[in-house]
Design a binder for this molecule. Structure first.
Ligand SMILES: [Fe+2]
Length: 190
């Protein structure tokens, strides 16, 4: 489907370039909206030892990701395009599955959240690289997000890390595998 070209965009970009950057940002908007909702879901569903630490660690991440959502949507509008923020459009456009874990231990959710952050950060870095030559302002916006996202990822991974520096989720490639690996490691440690 041909994308509608913006009637205006930021100075020095062509309408085609503005549309291309906005399309890349729309995918990041979907990913960050999904992440904010998933983080709240985890906040509500963690149980067991370390509940309050993990429950309370998540909310500042939600707030930060919501601020990223707002900044991305407003950058799309600034570029002359219309940000799409409805849940149906998000689900129709996304290329990943819904977060797959309900009520579960803190270790299992943190193991799965490790995988979630791997996916979001990998795609965010790719998007930042894709706009680097086209629009340095959007590149700067995405790199700014990565400072926070990678810090939050470390907060999660620090719970999964041994004193030797190994991650209990190493080798896992799905949320369920990562959750199981992290849960098993916590069970053996207790
Ligand atoms: Fe809450």
């Amino acid at each position: 489907m041909a994308r509608d070209l913006p009637k205006y965009t930021v100075p020095s970009l062509t309408p085609e370039e503005g549309a291309k950057v906005a399309a890349i940002l729309q995918e990041r908007l979907n990913a960050l909206n999904d992440l904010a909702l998933t983080l709240k879901h985890i906040h509500w569903n963690v149980v067991g030892p370390h509940f309050i630490a993990v429950h309370e660690m998540i909310d500042p991440q939600v707030d930060a990701v919501r601020a990223m959502v707002d900044a991305v949507a407003e950058r799309i509008a600034t570029l002359g395009a219309a940000p799409v923020g409805t849940p149906g459009a998000l689900v129709a456009a996304r290329t990943w599955d819904d977060y797959s874990i309900g009520r579960a231990s803190t270790s299992e959710h943190l193991g799965a959240l490790d995988e979630v952050y791997v996916g979001v950060i990998t795609d965010h870095r790719r998007a930042a690289a894709d706009v680097e030559d086209l629009d340095t302002v959007t590149n700067d916006l995405l790199v700014g997000h990565l400072h926070e996202l990678e810090l939050f990822h470390w907060f999660v991974r620090a719970h999964l890390e041994s004193a030797g520096g190994a991650l209990s989720t190493a080798g896992a490639s799905t949320e369920k595998d990562a959750a199981k690996a992290a849960g098993d490691a916590a069970a053996h440690a207790s």
